[in-house]
Design a protein around this ligand. Sequence first.
Ligand code: HEM
Ligand SMILES: *[C@@H]1O[C@H](CO)[C@@H](O)[C@H](O)[C@H]1NC(C)=O
Length: 323
Amino acid sequence: MKKLLVCIALVLVSLSRCVESQIEVGFYEDSCEMAEFIIKDEVTKALNKDKGLAAGLVRMHFHDCFVRGCDGSVLIDSTPSNTAEKDSPANNPSLRGFEVIDNAKTRLEAMCKGVVSCADILAFAARDSVEITGGFGYDVPAGRRDGRVSLASETLTNLPPPSFNVDQLTQNFANKGFTQLEMVTLSGAHTIGRSHCTSFNNRLYSFNATVDQDPSLDSRYAAILKQKCPQGNDPTLVVPMDPPSPNTMDTSYYQGIIANRGLFTSDQTLLTNPTTANQVNQNARNPFIWKNNFAAAMVKMGKIGVLIGTAGEIRANCRVING
Ligand code: HEM
Ligand SMILES: *[C@@H]1O[C@H](CO)[C@@H](O)[C@H](O)[C@H]1NC(C)=O
């Protein structure tokens, strides 16, 4: 009865707090005031050592959110009885930046034990990475809780492979509540980071039954890529995805697509549909609009399937579900 009265009283103050129906900006203001600052400090330190980790953290947040929602499931380690998301081919060996999340978590647990979720740490770290590499900063609504399930098999059905064409990409993003424009906007994340040769070398050596090399790939660029990625599937080789500015959130990714230098089929395909081609052109010319749209799309992505209120848990160690 007392609880009900408290709840009714809270309804009068703020409906969202009572039913906890959504995540909110400033969630840790009272419970762990320094949380966002600590996370930004850890991200900054990590990027000073390795700029590429910014791309790693942005991609990790994407891969978290598209599989079981933004619940930190991508951070969970495999166990003898379970192969976790991070050990699926979509994530291993390509995902990077796990130590940055671990380091932030260790400091936050020491300061405010059991308060800040791993899913939120990742969302903040992705935002910080965007901002530090030249994108627009944005407020991150928080209050996500951590999931207790992570299955490698679920990455296959939820994450788009680099072989997807524009219709498949549009459908995949629609499944997560995104418009086609938002899909084009978020693809711009490929303006930072790297790819393993194995993710695209079919375009260089084994495109289809009649042609070895993808004719939609600029032939001079293909020649450069063939030097960096000799035939043979060496799993250690990597190339920058946007060679002119691999660590900067700019729109040269879109300029690359216009020059037929999109690295993946899923990048170059954006030019094959009049609507998405138009959006590629707009973004290429208009960094301000793209950065704005990108920030908004990241906030939206961060809301996919979140666990709130009493669902899930606050993991003590981001790699392990609580005992
Ligand atoms: C549109 C569909 C997408 C496909 C098919 C796709 C696919 C890929 C692939 C195959 C890689 C290379 C992995 C490797 O071999 O190392 C990659 C890298 C990357 N992706 Fe995507 N991606 C997509 C969308 C996104 C989105 C929405 C984001 C974030 C908002 C994103 C962020 C990144 C980043 C930052 C990297 C570089 C990672 C690093 O340097 O460690 N991607 N993506
Ligand atoms: C291979 O790709 C080329 C260029 O896109 C295309 O013209 C051809 O029809 C394709 N062949 C097969 C067997 O799919």
